[in-house]
Design a protein around this ligand. Structure first.
Ligand code: T4K
Length: 368
């Protein structure tokens, strides 16, 4: 059997370099709670990502939950069903009611033209996702938000380093959150962050992620514990030095896939968007079974039989999970495009370590 090709592979720092930083941590005996590597990583990430303020978290789910807390979001929140389930779970954990709105097929992201019809007097916020790292129509979303006085929190878990016309996508809306999970373009094993516009908000978020402590004996809010420790901050500092190379290699993979799959009946994929610095975090293809001759699930199984593990991100839709499927907005008739995309998508292996022969193996299973 050929070696297994997985949908992704984590970015790992050089072990000797990591060991050197571990020695520093051992020497200092300061292993968490805003240590020096944590502070350094926040600074370096803010520079790299071109954002004014950033706060590190222990994963990508807790900043979503904390952002909703910080903005005191209640009532109904408009969101996309085409995402990882954590997006909607964050609303549920805050006692908010998710209201699903359909997506734009050209990006898989929330369609601003459809948001207005879903707004009620109880709507307080919009939570879009830059799915696969493809930028949302942030201008269109902000226009609706401004018209109705709604907050906007972007789940930017996939959008590390994505820029539009030289500006970070992470500065759109009121806040954006990132995931640094092992499966992401940039990882700290587990990890995440929140991006905000001003120092006061960063201070508040830093309190919230540390139980609400604003000093040794002062608690200013009902906070939670979602801090990143020193070991993962050190890991993240080293990965930051190699993430550009990793993105460049991912780009080469995307170019090869596009070249190999162009003109193949029944298979579509995304091209780069003008003015966008993409991060190539995922390579989704969409299968039209009639034209392709196999269903998406047949192709998925064919790949598996060849030891290639593609993933059906994001199938099933969040609106199809038992927790959410009885919501009034979860019906298939309300979300025809998201349902079609979920039923036809297959994410091909995409990471910095794929060799030309790995890519050939993936492509050979797809070609007739
Ligand atoms: N919002 C959005 C839009 C998200 O996509 C996510 C997470 C979040 C919020 C929440 O962020 P976090 O709280 O997770 O930071 C993965 C990830 O667990 C999850 O982080 C990610 N999105 C989601 C899209 O995918 P799985 O269950 O598909 O991962 P798993 O364990 O099956 O791994 C997939 C493949 O990756 C494996 O076949 C091989 C490779 N892999 C994975 C791990 C964990 C490795 O090579 N090494 C590893 O250590 O969920």
């Amino acid at each position: 059997m050929d070696k297994q090709i997985t949908v992704t592979s984590p970015l790992l720092p050089d072990l000797d370099e990591f060991h050197d930083l571990l020695k520093d941590i051992w020497k200092s005996k300061w292993i968490t709670n805003n240590g020096s590597f944590h502070r350094q990583l926040e600074k370096e990430l803010a520079d790299y990502l071109k954002v004014p303020y950033i706060s590190l978290f222990t994963n990508g789910t807790l900043p979503l939950i904390t952002a909703l807390q910080a903005l005191r979001i209640t009532g109904e929140v408009i969101t996309t069903p085409y995402s990882f389930v954590a997006t909607t779970h964050a609303l549920w954990w805050n006692g908010c009611k998710p209201v699903f709105v359909d997506v734009d097929p050209s990006t898989c992201n929330l369609d601003p033209a459809k948001i207005e019809a879903a707004i009620t007097p109880k709507t307080t916020a919009i939570m879009p996702v830059h799915c696969y790292g493809k930028p949302c129509d942030t201008k269109g979303i902000q226009e609706v938000a401004d018209k109705y006085g709604l907050k906007v929190i972007y789940d930017a878990a996939h959008a590390f380093g994505v820029e539009v016309n030289g500006e970070s996508i992470l500065t759109a809306g009121d806040m954006s959150t990132l995931s640094f999970h092992a499966t992401k373009v940039y990882d700290t094993i587990e990890g995440g962050a929140m991006v905000m516009h001003d120092e006061k908000t960063k201070q508040r978020i830093d309190y919230l992620k540390n139980f609400g402590f604003a000093g040794e004996i002062t608690v200013v809010a009902p906070g939670i514990n979602s801090k990143m420790d020193e070991v993962r901050s050190a890991f993240g500092l080293l990965n930051l030095r190699q993430v550009d190379d990793a993105i460049a290699r991912r780009r080469e993979v995307a170019v090869k896939y596009r070249e190999a799959l162009k003109d193949l009946p029944g298979v579509t994929y995304f091209e780069d968007m003008p003015g966008v610095r993409h991060n190539y975090s995922y390579f989704p293809i969409f299968i039209d079974a009639e034209k392709f001759g196999r269903t998406r699930d047949q192709l998925y199984e064919d790949m598996k039989a060849n030891n290639i593990l593609g993933r059906r991100y994001f199938y099933p839709l969040i609106s199809e999970f038992s927790t959410y499927r009885n919501l009034p907005s979860a019906g298939k008739e309300n979300l025809p495009i998201a349902n079609r995309l979920a039923d036809t998508v297959l994410c091909l292996p995409m990471h910095h370590e794929l060799s030309p022969s790995d890519i050939d193996r993936v492509v050979s299973v797809i070609l007739p």
